[in-house]
Write a protein that binds this ligand. Structure first.
Ligand SMILES: Cc1ncc(COP(=O)(O)O)c(C=O)c1O
Length: 356
């Protein structure tokens, strides 16, 4: 089935609705960070210099500067991966954020999809990717594997060991950790454990946690030889001076402490949302570890409930544009407890109407 890989949550929001569709934590960066960005404007007359940002990211993750490349968000990194590497059989673990596949396709690649099973909680079984395994053209033959951890939209956090078990000789493993800073302790990140990153590229985004989607900030950490290939195809000055200043600020100890506090708050608020959904008879996918949860609305029938929820004031992210999901799945952002309760009561109201 063909789906619109470029559909994103912002297109599911309309004026006047409570936005549970977009998964950016803040509507704007916190004041201390906005100040950093504002001060950097005095330097706009000069071309950007990524040295300080590269050093800051390297220090944050305990890697050499050669292992780091600041990018214009995670999105630019997907395009660099798709263009820079000599890849013949890329495979994407789905359901997941669709831009990696879209970037690979735009670069002319045929993309293999490895679709995880809802019935199994969207668990990743690395055995499916064993080299020479199940299929000579499918997962086992992949020379590039892209996996999200934790995964958008399923919310599933794969164990680090399972992610690293996807490595194989001659294969590049790309781990999209765009939401890892929203997981307490960044548990299960492949970074920060002194892991050898041979053949691995980890993508990070600074746009979600910091309300910087409009600035475009992120970075790649990984195998220096692969990072050098990405750097070679990155357009000059791709990351702007304000974005680089934000990168330095967002990788500081202060920022890490603030992100950790936010991750803990998300965990508390998510537990309430999941418990309320459960009490109302709606299951979520897996054991979510993200600032959003994927809700199974199939008890309400086979059609999407998005329009009905919009009529009750709530915008949610549709599931059907993610390979492996259908219209009965909706992605719901974790907001404050009062908002979550109001949302679940709106969803439950649909049940009484439809069943009646
Ligand atoms: C899982 C995931 N990875 C990466 C990105 C890209 O984020 P950005 O380009 O804003 O850093 C997104 C954005 O929605 C995402 O959901």
């Amino acid at each position: 089935m063909s789906v619109d890989l470029h559909h994103h949550g912002d297109r599911d929001v309309a004026a006047g609705l409570v936005d549970l569709a977009v998964n950016v934590r803040l509507p704007a960066p916190p004041p201390w960070l906005a100040d950093v960005v504002a001060r950097s404007l005095a330097d706009l007359g000069r071309y950007p210099d990524a040295t300080a940002a590269t050093e800051a990211v390297a220090a944050r993750h305990g890697v050499p500067v050669e292992a780091v490349l600041p990018t214009a968000g995670g999105a630019e990194a997907f395009t660099l991966v798709a263009r820079a590497l000599d890849v013949r059989r890329p495979s994407v673990v789905h359901p997941q954020f669709t831009e990696p596949e879209a970037a690979l396709r735009a670069a002319g690649h045929d993309v293999h999809r490895h679709v995880l099973d809802a019935a199994d909680g969207f668990r990743l079984d690395p055995a499916a990717y064993r080299a020479g395994g199940r299929s000579r053209t499918g997962a086992g033959a992949a020379d590039l594997v892209v996996v999200g951890n934790p995964t958008n939209p399923t919310g599933v956090l794969h164990p680090r060991a399972d992610v690293l078990a996807l490595r194989a000789p001659g294969r590049t493993l790309v781990v999209d950790e765009a939401f890892m800073d929203a997981v307490p302790g960044e548990a299960e990140s492949v970074l920060g454990h002194g892991e050898d990153l041979d053949g691995v590229l980890v993508l990070r985004s600074l746009t979600k946690t910091w309300g910087l989607a409009g600035l475009r900030t992120g970075y790649v950490v990984g195998d220096p030889a692969l990072v050098a290939r990405l750097r070679a195809v990155q357009p000059p000055w791709s990351v702007s001076t304000p974005a680089l200043a934000a990168t330095v600020a967002c990788t500081s100890d202060r920022a890490s402490a603030e992100a950790e506090a936010a991750a803990l708050a998300f965990r508390r608020d998510r537990a309430v949302l999941v418990a309320e959904l459960d009490a109302a008879g709606f299951a979520v996918a897996g054991t979510p570890a993200t600032p959003f949860v994927l809700v199974d609305t199939s008890p309400l029938g086979p059609a999407s409930v998005r329009e009905d929820l919009a009529a009750r004031g709530f915008a949610v992210r549709r599931g059907e544009t993610f390979p492996g999901l259908g219209p009965t799945w909706i992605r719901v952002a974790v907001r404050d407890v009062a908002t979550s309760r109001a949302f679940v009561s709106a969803l439950s109201e649909l049940r009484s109407r439809r069943v009646a």
